[in-house]
Design a protein around this ligand. Structure first.
Ligand code: ATP
Ligand code: MG
Ligand code: MG
Length: 349
């Protein structure tokens, strides 16, 4: 493989392109926004919509394999690409992770527990499901939610639920049980075309305003709980015949039991620490997998804390640059809007 196509030009695409470059592999990104983070490091960019048939044909022609950096690549686009070029992870992984209802059913089919859930297609569905859940739960749009957007939490049966279905856009939704988790963890794992699997150590994640704030490794979980996470990741990867890196998020209950929350068929924010605390980062691991190279050793050589730099946090960069054992990683974005991921730091400890 000499050239990899990447659909999507955000920071994940940028970091994939950097990893590819270090292995002597060229990258071509498909991204409608010309001044995107990945444009600064990829070898070439096709400036077009993700579902533009001509652009997709051009990408397929110029690359030996195509991957993606976000899970909302239109499934039809992935299918078009797959007719003329290898697409990894498999398009089926997109289909599953684009819809929270399909995703939760799939995860259960893999033998992995989730929060209880119910499909919601009307206010009447919501009223009935909330009744069954004791008036408490998390309502989410089935599609296109990220960073906690498109969600509404019902913390008590006394809460007013009138109009809640409309308020989330009257699109297909899902009601989940509100889980009183002890902590949140995630696992980053990779599967090669020959079925080999490599798992990084689970990270413990803290969210702020619905956005990932920190990932700490090791997570404060037992070996048995870590093993549950690894087995869950393996089950998902094998069932999808997956090639590439995946991120799976879990709620850890007080008894150590895990409930899977969601999966991302791509490199994941809670795996950014791997670039500082492992020899082979999740980005290189993904490039290796989709390029048909052997997977790298996922072993962690240091304990660490990754912290996202969101919006104004960018002002802390000079201080971070002066802090020993801290790796600063910026995405080349100029407009530090509130809630925007500008970069991250990883502190070795
Ligand atoms: P991401 O940016 O990780 O893709 P998202 O918008 O897809 O986020 P989720 O991961 O489903 O949304 O939810 C965001 C956060 O909200 C979770 O990490 C968790 O803290 C909380 N949360 C979500 N679902 C539940 C639940 N059923 N019970 C308790 N807390 C929940
Ligand atoms: Mg998500
Ligand atoms: Mg999430």
């Amino acid at each position: 493989v000499s050239t990899i196509g990447i659909v999507g030009g955000g920071q994940l695409g940028r970091m994939l392109a950097m990893a590819a470059a270090r292995l002597g592999i060229r990258t071509v990104i498909l991204e409608p926004q010309a001044d995107c983070p990945a444009a600064q490091v990829a070898n070439a960019q096709i400036v077009a919509a993700y579902d533009d048939p001509e652009a997709l044909a051009e990408l397929a022609k110029r690359c030996d394999v195509v991957t993606y950096e976000f899970e909302n690549v239109p499934v039809a686009a992935a299918a078009q690409l797959a007719q003329s070029v290898a697409v990894f992870p498999p398009p089926r992984a997109l289909e599953v992770s684009q819809d929270r209802l399909v995703e939760k059913r799939f995860i259960n089919e893999c033998g992995i527990a989730t929060a209880p859930f119910e499909a919601i297609d009307s206010q009447a569905d919501l009223d009935a499901a909330l009744e069954a859940f004791g008036g408490i739960g998390v309502l989410k749009t089935r599609r296109l939610g990220y960073d906690g957007k498109g969600q509404r939490v019902f913390r008590s049966p006394a809460e007013n639920r009138a109009g809640a279905f409309e308020a989330l856009g009257a699109v297909p939704q899902i009601l989940e049980g509100l889980i009183a988790f002890e902590r949140e963890i995630s696992i980053i794992a990779a599967r090669a075309a020959d079925g080999t699997i490599a798992c990084y150590d689970p990270a413990e994640n803290v969210h702020r305003n619905g956005i990932l704030h920190t990932s700490t490794v090791p997570a404060a979980i037992s070996e048995a709980t870590a093993d549950q996470a690894r087995r869950a990741a393996r089950a998902i990867l094998d069932r999808l015949g997956y090639v590439g890196v995946i991120g799976v998020e879990f709620f850890a209950l007080a008894d150590g039991q895990l409930l899977a929350n969601e999966m991302a068929p791509r490199v994941h924010n809670s795996g950014h620490w791997t670039e500082a605390a492992c020899i082979i980062s999740q980005f290189e691991q993904h490039i290796r997998a989709v390029a048909g190279l052997t997977l790298g050793d996922p072993r962690r050589h240091s304990d660490c804390l990754m912290q996202n730099l969101i919006g104004d946090d960018i002002a802390d960069v000079p201080a971070w640059l002066n802090t020993p054992d801290v790796l600063v990683h910026l995405y080349g974005k100029t407009d530090a809007r509130p809630g925007r991921k500008m970069g991250h730091i990883t502190e070795l400890r």
